[in-house]
Design a protein around this ligand. Structure first.
Ligand SMILES: Cc1ncc(COP(=O)(O)O)c(C=O)c1O
Length: 388
């Protein structure tokens, strides 16, 4: 019913991934497999809603209707079995802005904020840029993927104000289990630590794995939580800029909203409102089809890499379209790896150290692309790693 096999030309659309690669990497004609968006069109229902909005032609100040909040409520209930109330929702232009607002609302300069590296870079950059103290609790790399170091976490939470959780985790693609989230929540409760859970990748959890929203595991956890979700990763709408912070604790919600008011932020743009509601209301079947396509791309990628390069190990993610690849076995410094990929292989990927020192020696490959693009990426990786 839905096809992801149309090759859409993204060059000359001001795409960060396709039009800015040369600026970011300093090399011409490299295949962009880096920034986390997809090369697929948004669901037909979203395209229709946006076209209808354009056709109307008047783009005045736009309110956030109750129907949008209800669409989000129903989505969270149906896809994640979490009952959220419309009045728990604060809208933001992105998850990163939501995280920044939460940091400002619930912590003060020099407060300690815990993160789990290797992790999506803005999580630690926001802490540092807001003059908070970054406390790292590095994940342990096990045979089954990344795991939380509980003894270390117990120490690091002492005196901390906030924990920034990435759930599912980027990079590495771990989907935290209910048991892990319960242990984490219990420790945070004991230490009076607020949990800000970035769940932007939740909808991209690959069956049979299931995502559990942190705040849904226990009412007491909901009371110390901010859950950040967005239609942007799920439906490839990053250019529309929309996200939601779900805050069940009413006094925390007031504090969060007060910061947004201080910043002069009140509402989303007209396209974000129309696109988000259509996506959550009508996007479920499209998402199921997308996940199948992505899963096939992930399987092909892991098979190709693990069979072709014995000293490289691609980790199959439980969520997301980002494959985290351990290149430490090649025994070359990151700078040399980057040069080989960019200049010899002509492929742009995210280098692991961007996600913290713990990521050095890894690369992150975005496989949310057409199969032909994926094949081209394989050929380029083979050229880059030739002779190693
Ligand atoms: C974990 C995580 N959080 C947030 C974002 C970005 O969110 P937004 O574009 O809504 O600011 C990304 C994008 O890759 C991400 O991976």
């Amino acid at each position: 019913m839905y096809s992801f096999d149309d090759m859409i030309e993204r060059r000359h659309t001001h795409s960060v991934k396709w039009d800015e690669t040369e600026r970011f990497f300093g090399v011409k004609d490299v295949l962009p497999m880096w920034v986390a968006d997809m090369d697929f069109q948004a669901p037909p229902a979203v395209l229709e809603a946006l076209a209808k909005r354009v056709e109307h032609g008047v783009f005045g100040y736009t309110a956030i209707p109750l129907s949008l909040k209800e669409a989000i409520r129903d989505w969270m209930q149906q896809r994640h079995q979490w009952s959220v109330e419309p009045y728990w929702m604060s809208f933001c232009t992105g998850v990163v802005p939501a995280l920044a607002t939460a940091i400002e609302a619930f912590t003060s300069p020099h407060d300690r904020i815990v993160v789990f590296p290797p992790v999506y870079p803005p999580l630690f950059q926001l802490v540092q840029k807001n003059d908070r103290q970054l406390v790292t609790c590095p994940l342990l790399l096990t045979e089954k993927g990344y795991a939380i170091n509980w003894a270390d976490l117990q120490e690091k939470l002492k005196g901390a104000k906030m924990l920034l959780l990435c759930s599912p985790h980027n990079p590495g693609g771990r989907v935290w289990t209910k048991e892990e989230l319960t242990t984490l929540g219990t420790l945070c409760l004991e230490n009076g630590v607020i949990v800000v859970s970035d769940e932007i990748h939740a909808d991209l959890t690959l069956p049979p794995c299931r995502h559990t929203p942190f705040a849904s595991t226990d009412e007491a956890f909901a009371d110390i939580s901010v859950t950040c979700i967005a239609p942007t990763k799920t439906f490839n709408l990053a250019g529309l800029q929309a996200a939601v912070a779900i805050i069940p604790n009413s006094s925390m919600k007031k504090q969060f909203d007060a910061v947004q008011q201080r910043q002069g932020f009140f509402t989303l743009n007209a396209f974000a409102v129309a696109g988000t509601e259509a996506a959550y209301r009508y996007g479920s079947d499209w998402l199921d089809a997308l996940l199948e396509y992505i899963k096939e791309n992930i399987d092909r990628t892991c098979s190709f890499i693990n069979a072709s390069f014995p000293r490289v190990r691609a980790m199959s993610p439980e969520a997301t379209y980002l494959v985290w690849i351990d290149c430490r076995g090649l025994g070359i410094p990151e700078q040399q790896l980057k040069q080989l990929l960019l200049h010899k292989g002509k492929i742009a990927v995210e280098m692991g150290s961007k996600f913290g020192e713990e990521g050095r020696g890894f690369i992150r490959l975005n496989v949310a692309c057409h199969r032909q693009t994926l094949e081209s990426a394989f050929q380029r990786l083979a050229v880059a790693f030739e002779g190693l």
